[in-house]
Design a protein around this ligand. Structure first.
Ligand SMILES: CC(=O)[C@@H](O)[C@H](O)COP(=O)(O)O
Ligand SMILES: NCC(=O)COP(=O)(O)O
Length: 237
């Protein structure tokens, strides 16, 4: 079954807007798990625009499902991973100034760096995942670096879903078939939502986890957090 990991970056965005502790990020994580989330994802960006360094440690104390920390594996990120030992670290090639994640890794160009990073994560007992697009050579490169999982960057799928969903998902189905042959676990995330999630899940064999944040938190403004998580879980059955 595909697990739902709720990305709570946007809860921290709202909190930071006023500088206090409302909404309480750790309480929201606890409640997301109570409502059925099978993981909590955060992306502690260097500018702390939403998730702060302190959030990473605070959440480490309360998350009881899977704790997934995403980010560019610089010294700060790797220190956070070493000190909190989350379930999973998802390596993202984001520069410090991007508005949001907008590309996957070039696993061939960055083979040595990613190999060393995945080895270090393995030594710490942290599952590695590499944010990636569906290029098949890149997929083979991901196998070479020794990652446990890949995370498909589903932004392009979401962008083209409305115009032609069959075409939009085709490359992901093909890439997933290769990942399965290579023995790499499959995660997915970015711009997944209540409209496009089920079609994607049904088209991608052995999808282990989806991490969803922006749309889910926006949906919660209308349906409430508990009902919204229930809606997403229903689509993953
Ligand atoms: C890797 C990914 O696609 C998401 O985690 C994205 O990085 C969300 O980051 P923001 O919440 O800062 O847009
Ligand atoms: N890895 C994707 C993620 O954690 C959330 O992405 P989004 O749903 O906020 O686009």
């Amino acid at each position: 079954m595909t697990k739902l990991s709720v990305n709570i970056n946007k809860i921290a965005t709202i909190r930071n807007a006023r500088g206090g502790n409302i909404p309480n990020v750790t309480q929201v994580a606890i409640d997301c798990e109570k409502f059925g989330a099978q993981g909590i994802t955060i992306h502690p960006r260097p500018d702390e625009r939403h998730i702060t360094t302190q959030d990473v440690y605070d959440l480490h104390k309360v998350v009881t499902t899977e704790y997934n920390i995403e980010g560019y594996p610089n010294e700060r990120f790797m220190k956070l991973i070493e000190e909190t030992r989350p379930t999973q670290a998802t390596l993202v090639p984001d520069g410090p100034d991007v508005l949001t994640s907008n590309a996957g890794w070039d696993t061939i160009k960055h083979k040595e760096f990613l190999t060393d990073t995945c080895r270090q994560l393995n030594e710490w007992g942290v599952r590695s995942s590499i944010f990636i697009d569906t290029d098949l050579n890149n997929m083979k490169g991901a196998k070479e670096v020794g990652t446990d999982r890949i995370e498909f960057y589903t932004g392009p799928y979401a962008d083209h879903f409305d115009e032609n969903k069959e075409n939009a998902v085709k490359e992901y189905t093909e890439a997933a078939q290769l990942a399965n042959e290579l023995g790499i676990g499959i995660n997915a995330g970015h711009d997944l939502n209540l409209d496009n999630l089920k079609f994607f899940k049904d088209a991608v064999p052995n999808l282990a986890e989806v991490s969803i944040g922006h749309a889910l938190i926006a949906d919660a403004l209308y349906f409430g957090l508990e009902k919204t998580i229930e809606k997403y879980l229903e689509l993953l059955k």
